[in-house]
Design a protein around this ligand. Structure first.
Ligand code: PMP
Length: 424
């Protein structure tokens, strides 16, 4: 058995499913997961010493690639000063100022340790601000594993056929209302029925946890309008899209000013950081300024704050986003004339759907009407050829500053070769 296979057998004895987050178990593609020991630049290295070109990039945080020197230096310096203070410190202040100066609708920000925590907290703020209970979410959008959001979500649950999880608090769940993406009529109907009870609508403005399902701007505008009309807050969950589709995330890209925004991934440069922020009137409700409680022992950990700042500093002038888009355009060109894969892409986020190209897929309904070929064999052929994609058909791919044009061309060639045998 491979070294990875051995390690996986051992892991299964001491951790559920052998992993610490479900998608890592390779259930969506089959076979034992590849155990990795490190990464540098565009490469991730497995326990057998094989270097693979990595398009998963830790599921998004590593927009600069693995081992970026400035981020490493900032983290190492921070460790040298002592790595957990549990006090006021200047590092989170610098990061908060850096963000609030550049994103006008984020007037105040609170750092937490994960995207899930950011979402939990933002929902609490919305309920505190409105005195209402219901939250509107969208079918296929994933917002972390807090109870109220584990309904019709994506990510590791994208292939689930039953309720998203056991053990949920059904009382909490009953205040979650779900609407399909890309459907204005359904949105109107939901607000007509529940509008006066909806504390907030939360959406991934670039849904990227059930494949990549870019939304029409008009649809997002309708959502924003209905929120305003009914006194519901609009929350953009930018855990993936924040600092990724542009420094100001999807809100900046599409020209929206959401009431609250949640961040994760890129904001911590690969360290455990999440954040929620938004308009001052809402953020001032958070303890100790206001009555909405939220706290954390490791919140604003100084190593993570310094790594996050070193990451955002390299992104703030925007030039990297154009470079990444140019890199991504090589994929568009490679797939423009082929017949077996639909490529969907926004900047450095991309997703291959193994079906004939057609109109852009924007909702789960669109995907159901155009079933895809199995992803596992394609994934494994790429893996054998030295390319690592996220191990699920529904996870998006991430380009980074460390990827070269030649590597992206090689990815396209490998995908085309791997799908040549597919039917159709
Ligand atoms: N929201 C979105 C949009 C996400 O993509 C994710 C994680 N992929 C989360 C929330 C949860 O973040 P975390 O895994 O850091 O808890």
């Amino acid at each position: 058995m491979s070294t990875s296979g051995d390690l996986f057998e051992r892991s299964k004895l001491v951790s559920p499913g052998g992993v610490h987050s479900p998608v890592r178990a390779f259930k969506g593609v089959g076979g034992p997961p590849r155990f990795m020991t490190g990464g540098q630049g565009a490469f991730i290295t497995d326990v057998d010493g094989r270097n693979l070109v990595d398009y998963c990039m830790a599921f998004g945080p590593l927009i600069l690639g693995h081992g970026n020197a400035l981020v490493r230096d900032a983290a190492v310096d921070a460790i040298g000063r002592g790595w957990s203070l549990g006090t006021c410190e200047p590092y989170s202040l610098e990061l908060a100022e850096f963000i609030t100066r550049r994103i006008p609708w984020v007037q105040s920000v609170r750092f937490v340790n994960s995207g899930t925590e950011a979402v939990m907290s933002a929902l609490r703020v919305a309920r505190g601000a409105t005195g209402r209970d219901k939250i509107l979410k969208f079918d296929g959008c994933y917002h972390g594993h807090t109870d109220s959001m584990l309904i019709k979500s994506g990510s590791g649950l994208a292939e689930a056929t039953q309720p998203d999880s056991a053990g949920l608090d059904h009382a909490t769940l009953s205040s979650t209302v779900v609407a399909p993406l890309d459907d204005e009529a359904a949105l109107e109907a939901v607000f007509a029925r529940h509008g006066k009870d909806i504390a907030a609508a939360i959406i991934e403005p670039v849904p990227a946890n059930y494949g990549l399902l870019p939304q029409r701007r008009e649809y997002l505008q309708r959502l924003a309008d209905l929120c305003r009309k009914h006194g519901s807050l609009l929350i953009f969950d930018e855990v993936i899209s924040g600092f990724r589709v542009g420094f100001q995330g999807a809100a900046g890209l599409y020209g929206f000013e959401p009431d609250l925004v949640t961040y994760g991934k890129v904001i911590g440069g690969g360290f455990p950081v999440g954040a929620y922020g938004g308009k001052r009137e809402y953020m001032e409700l958070v303890a100790p300024a206001g009555p909405v409680y939220q706290a954390g022992t490791l919140s604003a950990n100084s190593v993570a704050m310094c790594a996050g700042l070193a990451t955002l500093r390299q992104l703030a002038d925007g030039s990297l986003y154009s470079r990444l888009d140019t890199l991504g355009a090589r994929l568009d060109a490679a797939f423009a004339t082929q017949q077996k894969i639909q490529l969907q892409r926004i900047g450095s986020l991309f997703w291959f759907y193994l079906a004939q190209p057609g109109a852009a897929l924007r909702s789960l309904g669109d995907m159901k009407s155009r079933p895809a070929a199995p992803f596992g064999p394609v994934f494994h052929q790429l893996l054998d050829g030295g390319i690592y994609l996220a191990p699920s058909a529904f996870e998006v791919g991430f380009l980074s500053a460390a990827h070269s044009p030649a590597q992206v061309d090689a990815l396209a060639q490998a995908m085309l070769a791997a799908t040549a045998a597919l039917p159709g």
